[in-house]
Design a binder for this molecule. Structure first.
Ligand code: AMP
Length: 456
């Protein structure tokens, strides 16, 4: 199906063409007609699926008709959790609306408020905002909401994770009751479902990605390594595998800065992006990374939210995330728009609980490898969920015995096999499961058991 069959107008089709999109992504196919018809929407879509265009294109079209926006008013409000995502969404909207005479703007904290107030003065059709700054502007009467036709909550799960629920409630109280609501979330927790019930009116539900799963286009595996050896292993992998543009996640801001220092001392160009950096530094770091001027971008989860980097080949979890859902968000930075990507975790013994949570969420067992020269002294335990289930006894009708039971048979019948005996369908010597550590196949299904094979 093509974009032209979705009922979009010529100026929008022209902008789509100029963006180089040949056909709609699955979420665009479903969401565009729904949003055009004015329906509420609840979409489970990871970043990288084309979700921004799925709401921006039809909303631009709806805004092309209707009353002109009044001074200091807005007609569509898009709320995003981070400044980076806000800027990115605003850029997409500007691109898609290139041939329309609509006004759009973006507002976020960490920069001067006055220029943002000036922009709002003549009214803005489409405003992208982070919640805190929007409330600041509202309290100074710089933005008024009585003309709002549509509210979009982008990456709603992250907004709740970042503690924005109070701000969201305050903003909702300022909006007109009658409006269209669109909620996008990578994962659907109970909190998100509660928010959706409060916000949405008979929504169309779209689920383009299997819930809580990572994009299939991302190959994932982990290197077992001692914690202290992680920086050296990372430098080694980047060099040995000639990775040219690597996004690395650390748990903390301090950890990000420290890793950048170590990578630089290994003569690798790296820059950190996190909440303690000024907006100017963050914007520059991202621009340099996108332009291949910096090889490695080290980020914390919050700062990296919504980063859209074309053709990003590798995402590295230097530390596993504390919140399992972040694993999905992190590796969602690669393998975007159908391209192949790699999500690689550096796994130390103390992180096995975090790994187990990730594996339960994604319902897959991460393949493990050991790199030559980095064999860990501290063994990384296996995760529980991979322990094999006891093989079911086949339900075969017992044939009539032709010979009388021997005394030994009578004793052992119905008892568990002795330790050391091999169950027929498990190839390990002690019947325990092992995560795969070979490099040929990079994903295993949950519970798939393969023989342990440590690399040298
Ligand atoms: P998003 O999920 O909105 O963050 O989009 C991820 C990336 O996909 C962005 O770089 C978009 O420019 C790109 N994109 C969006 N829609 C399409 C499409 N129909 N065909 C190809 N690329 C697209």
């Amino acid at each position: 199906m093509s974009f032209s069959s979705l009922g979009l107008s010529k100026p929008i089709l022209r902008a789509i063409d100029e963006s180089g999109y040949s056909k709609p992504t699955p979420i665009q196919l479903k969401a565009i007609p729904a949003v055009l018809s004015g329906k509420d929407l609840m979409a489970a879509a990871q970043t990288g699926t084309g979700k921004t265009a799925s709401f921006a294109l039809p909303l631009l079209q709806r805004l092309s008709s209707g009353a002109a926006v009044k001074p200091n008013h807005i007609r569509v409000l898009v709320l995003t959790p981070t400044r980076e995502l806000a800027v990115q969404v605003a850029q997409s909207i500007a691109t898609y609306g290139n041939h329309l005479s609509l006004k759009s703007a973006v507002v976020y904290g960490g920069v001067k408020i006055n220029p943002q107030m000036m922009k709002l003065r003549s009214g803005v059709d489409l405003l992208v905002a982070t919640p805190g700054r929007l409330l600041d502007l509202a309290s100074q009467n710089a933005v008024k909401f009585s003309q709002v036709e549509t509210l979009v909550l982008d990456e709603a799960d992250r907004m709740l994770d970042m503690g924005f629920s109070d701000e969201i409630n305050k903003i909702m109280a300022l909006l007109p009751k009658k409006r269209q609501n669109l909620l996008f979330s990578a994962t659907f927790s109970d909190a998100i479902r509660k928010l959706a019930r409060a916000l949405l009116n008979n929504p169309l539900q779209i689920d383009v990605s299997p819930r809580n799963s990572a994009a299939k286009s991302v190959k994932q595996w982990a290197y077992e390594v001692d914690k202290s050896k992680k920086p050296a292993l990372l430098s080694h992998l980047i060099r040995n595998k000639s990775w040219s543009q690597v996004l690395v996640f650390t748990k903390t801001k301090k950890g990000a800065d420290e890793l950048v220092r170590q990578l630089k001392s290994d003569n690798l160009s790296a820059v950190a992006i996190h909440g303690d950096k000024s907006q100017g530094l963050r914007t520059r770091a991202l621009a340099d990374f996108k332009a291949h001027k910096t090889r490695i971008l080290v980020a914390t989860d919050i700062a990296a939210r919504g980063l859209d980097i074309n053709n990003l080949p590798q995402v590295i979890n230097f530390d596993l995330p504390k919140v399992a859902e972040d694993y999905i968000h992190r590796i969602g930075r690669t393998g975007r728009a159908g391209l192949q990507g790699e999500g690689i975790s550096l796994l130390s013994a103390d992180e096995v609980k975090l790994l187990a949570a990730i594996e339960s969420l994604t319902k897959q067992t991460l393949v493990r490898e050991v790199e030559t020269g980095f064999v860990p002294k501290h063994k990384v335990p296996l995760t529980r969920q991979t322990k094999p289930k006891k093989p079911k006894k086949p339900k075969v009708k017992r044939a009539r015995r032709e010979v009388p039971k021997s005394a030994v048979e009578r004793k052992t019948r119905g008892k568990k096999p002795r330790r050391g005996s091999t169950p027929p369908d498990i190839g390990t010597s002690n019947g325990r499961g092992r995560q795969r550590r070979d490099s040929n196949s990079v994903t295993t299904k949950q519970g798939k058991i393969t023989k342990s094979k440590r690399l040298p």
